[in-house]
Ligand binder design. Structure first.
Ligand SMILES: Cc1cc2nc3c(=O)[nH]c(=O)nc-3n(C[C@H](O)[C@H](O)[C@H](O)COP(=O)(O)OP(=O)(O)OC[C@H]3O[C@@H](n4cnc5c(N)ncnc54)[C@H](O)[C@@H]3O)c2cc1C
Length: 342
């Protein structure tokens, strides 16, 4: 099959983004083989168009129709590729579902990813914003990534240093790496596994079950139960998880804020900065459970914006801007969106 022959025009994207926003792509290609990327991006008819690399669509906001080519990454495959004295190395193709991959590693008897269970999306997107939850980030269990570079039509590996991971951040979100397409990701999972219960809510939930020495599977099940309780299921109500990053401020700035707002929820970071709870700031501004048009703030978690049915990207943007303005006016803190605006 000629790679371009499966490109479809005027393709609907509503079922491919967890916000459930209706939008159309000028052109769409479901990528199941790396060769398709080489073929399509060597063709000037397609190579010149704006490009959107799409995984599970769970961390983006479609603000309108997409006037370009959507490359929907559906590459499959996962395997144990070796190890060293400390780690098992496991690799998964970018299009694999993240949660299914986490479950698969547990079935192989390998712990390490359980704190990240039930995060929607694909394996390939995990390094993009260095997904994190319950005291663990991708970077903590990351080995390397294989990328396709459309500028040079080459495929190469990048280690953790090259990925420049930060809080909900990596080189793939920046100018230097935004053009790269992730093909697969290799993780280094510990041979000497110990539960990571640094996150207080997780530790408490494990303790409440009387699990003195929980297995990786039990930690995963606990994380899944907490998440199901707190977060809306995108299959039921459109959302992209946390809509804003938790703002990070200096210790001095946090101290000044605490003088005025003693209840301010803040977490000291290893580098001495303070991470403020964005959900608390939004809640204090009265937004929890409020709607603006068809977009709203999830009543159980102020950090999650939802599509109450029929919301457009513009509706969600308007709500986000209103929240940002209120938080800025009251606390002088700027909230930065977590999803990518397309
Ligand atoms: C209910 C819910 C809960 C969530 N909880 C969390 C959480 O706890 N922690 C967390 O960190 N995130 C969370 N998220 C956000 C989201 O699930 C993650 O960011 C996830 O990694 C996005 O994966 P995706 O495949 O859906 O990416 P997409 O939304 O498809 O894409 C996101 C970005 O990555 C790029 N991209 C995707 N795949 C590739 C690739 N192969 N190569 C290059 N670029 C690519 C896209 O172009 C886009 O810029 C949550 C989302 C929802 C809906």
């Amino acid at each position: 099959m000629h790679p371009q022959s499966s490109i479809q025009l005027q393709f609907p994207l509503q079922s491919l983004n967890t916000f459930g926003i209706a939008a159309t792509a000028q052109a769409y290609l479901r990528v199941t083989q790396t060769e398709q990327l080489l073929g399509v991006l060597a063709d000037p008819a397609w190579a010149g168009l704006p490009r959107l690399v799409l995984g599970g669509g769970s961390n983006l906001l479609l603000t309108g129709d997409f006037p370009g080519l959507v490359l929907h990454i559906a590459l499959e495959g996962r395997e144990v590729v070796g190890g060293d004295e400390r780690s098992h190395f496991v690799r998964a193709a970018a299009g694999e579902n993240w949660h299914a991959f986490v479950q698969w590693t547990l079935e192989q008897g390998m712990g390490g990813l359980e704190n990240l269970a039930l995060i929607p999306g694909t394996v390939g997107a995990a390094p993009i914003q260095n997904i994190g939850a319950y005291g663990l980030e991708t970077k903590d269990v990351f080995h390397s990534v294989t990328v396709f570079d459309p500028r040079s039509a080459t495929v190469y590996a990048m280690d953790a240093g090259a990925c420049r991971f930060g809080y909900r951040d990596s080189v793939f979100k920046r100018e230097a790496g935004r053009h790269l397409i992730i093909l697969d990701v290799t993780f280094a999972l510990p041979k000497q596994w110990r539960p990571n219960l640094r996150y207080a809510e997780l530790a408490q939930a494990v303790a409440e079950q009387g699990l003195a020495a929980p297995s990786a599977r039990q930690v995963a099940d606990t994380v899944v139960a907490i998440r199901r309780r707190k977060l809306p299921d995108p299959a039921v109500i459109g959302n992209a998880g946390s809509f804003f990053k938790n703002p990070v401020v200096t210790g001095a700035r946090c101290a000044a804020l605490l003088e005025r707002f003693p209840a301010l929820v803040h977490h000291l970071q290893p580098d001495g900065t303070q991470k403020l709870a964005a959900g608390w700031l939004i809640d204090q501004c009265g937004w929890k459970g409020r709607n603006l048009g068809a977009a709203g703030v999830y009543p159980k978690q102020a950090l999650v914006l939802v599509n109450n049915g029929g919301a457009t990207g513009a509706d969600v943007v308007a709500l986000a801007r209103a929240i940002q303005a209120d938080v800025l006016a009251r606390y002088g803190v700027e909230l930065e969106p977590e999803p990518v605006f397309v």
